[in-house]
Design a protein around this ligand. Structure first.
Ligand code: ARG
Length: 461
């Protein structure tokens, strides 16, 4: 059977154990369409270089088309003896066009430049799909922000009540990192936009093939400047792995909040039945599994990145078979995100927020103390002193078991003559929110503008 690409200098075939170890078709078969596109482009440059007649080129392209039809239909699949996707496709090609013509296609290329190019082509395609999913999630957050535009909540630092904020402001705070992830994917694409074809095994080709023509046909803006770098570098794969891990981490942070918010103690949110799960023993349970799986899968995505970087560390130039280990982690990252994101977006889009509960908690924990201090600053009290006085108000309230607006005129005056009864004007959640009205603040008018900017950033991508 025509299959192995390297039999000539070997007296015998590989051991079964080696063949099993070496096999990659169970994961690299997903690159088959990209490898076929590469073969078409390669056939054309062989023709341009005078190495194929017009008829031979036409017969090759027809053969590749037939092979692609069979691959897509599942009528051609790899067998155990095919070491990898390239080997399998060469076998399929020779089966269709015969050994004479089929044996001409591999001239001037190596699996090393093929795989380096294909992995880029594949990841660029997947990056666009992931970006599309991220933008759907950003849109869901933006819609939830608008639908709940008048809901105040306790803003937290150290998970302690800090200052009141709008729920919409908080939700949009999760949208911006996701938009930056989309930007990261686009920015990454500029570096991935280079074809390695023409690099051969490591040194380039002697056959007069035009790497730029292949690059253009495969949708790359350029071919590689250095054939060694092109075949040996995988920073572009690792960088993709980083962006995927960052997306996972961003999702995990929102996940953690949704998990907390859906507890009885918080009572901020109810998950839609379609995005929650039950317990096999406790009939009352409604569990936030989507958020928990997202939180868990962020660990998996970080692991994929860590594995990639570990495989690359200290690898000498140029190609080493270790580089085959780049594929499973990065494919896992792609699959994980494309599985997770639609469910995650569905969960976010269907969250029901309990505005009254959130608003009730917003002023608790003396979260308006900063408003007292800033009111004093506007009355020309130095901030250090204002901070002390507002702190004294909190202490007085704590002693008496009351809240800041409950301090009497005389209690206020006792703390400081600066604390006139007018200070109560800032001691409401609405007043506090309205006052934070510079760009980026939580004032409702600013948050509406912010939602508009999120929408236009989403539309731009
Ligand atoms: N399957 C290899 C990889 O994924 C590509 C083939 C290169 N093989 C070789 N023996 N040079 O990196």
């Amino acid at each position: 059977q025509v299959t192995r690409l390297w039999g000539g200098r070997f007296a015998g075939g590989p051991s079964d154990a080696l063949a099993r170890l070496s096999l990659s078709t169970h994961f690299d078969w997903r690159l088959a369409r990209h490898d076929l596109a590469g073969s078409r482009a390669h056939a054309r440059v062989l023709h341009s270089a005078g190495l194929l007649t017009d008829d031979e080129l036409q017969a090759m392209l027809d053969g590749l088309d037939r092979l692609e039809t069979d691959v897509v239909a599942g009528d051609f699949t790899p067998v155990i003896a095919d070491e990898d996707v390239h080997t399998a496709l060469e076998r399929g090609f020779i089966e269709r066009v015969g050994p004479e013509l089929g044996g001409r296609l591999r001239a001037g290329r190596s699996r090393n430049d093929q795989i380096a190019t294909m992995v880029r082509a594949y990841l660029r395609e997947q990056a666009r799909a992931i970006a599309g999913e991220l933008l759907d999630l950003v849109a869901a957050l933006e819609h939830q922000a608008r639908a709940n535009i008048d809901v105040a909540m306790p803003g937290r630092t150290h998970l302690q009540h800090a200052q009141p904020v709008l729920l919409a402001h908080h939700l949009l705070a999760h949208a911006w990192p996701l938009l930056r992830d989309v930007e990261r994917l686009r920015d990454w694409d500029r570096r991935a936009d280079v074809s390695a074809y023409g690099s051969g095994a490591l040194a380039g080709s002697s056959l007069g093939l035009d790497p730029e023509a292949v690059a253009a046909e495969l949708g790359f803006s350029a071919s590689a400047e250095n054939s060694i770098d092109a075949t040996a570098a995988r920073d572009v794969v690792a960088e993709f792995g980083f962006v995927a891990a960052m997306i996972g981490v961003d999702l995990s942070r929102l996940s953690e909040e949704i998990i907390l918010w859906s507890t009885k103690e918080f009572g901020f949110v109810t998950l839609d039945d379609a995005f929650a799960t039950g317990s096999s023993i406790m009939p009352q349970k409604k569990n936030p599994d989507v958020a928990e799986l997202a939180r868990g899968k962020s660990g998996r995505l970080i692991g994929d990145l860590a594995g990639l970087l570990s495989s690359l560390k200290a690898l000498p130039l140029a190609y080493n078979r270790d580089l085959q280990e780049d594929k499973e982690p990065v494919f896992d990252a792609v699959d994980t995100l494309l599985l997770l994101l639609p469910a995650f977006t569905g969960m976010v889009a269907t969250l029901r927020f309990h505005g009254e509960r959130m608003a009730e908690l917003a002023p608790q924990g003396f979260s308006l103390a900063t408003d007292i201090a800033e009111w004093l600053v506007r009355k020309r009290v130095p901030f250090r002193e204002a901070h002390e006085l507002a702190g004294a108000c909190v202490r007085a309230c704590e002693q008496r078991g009351i809240d800041l607006p409950d301090l009497s005129d005389s209690e206020l005056a006792e703390i400081s003559p600066h604390l006139t009864p007018e200070v109560r004007e800032v001691l409401t959640v609405a007043g506090s929110l309205d006052s934070r009205s510079a760009k980026g603040g939580t004032a409702p008018a600013r948050v509406v503008e912010q939602a508009d900017r999120v929408a236009s950033a989403t539309a731009e991508h």
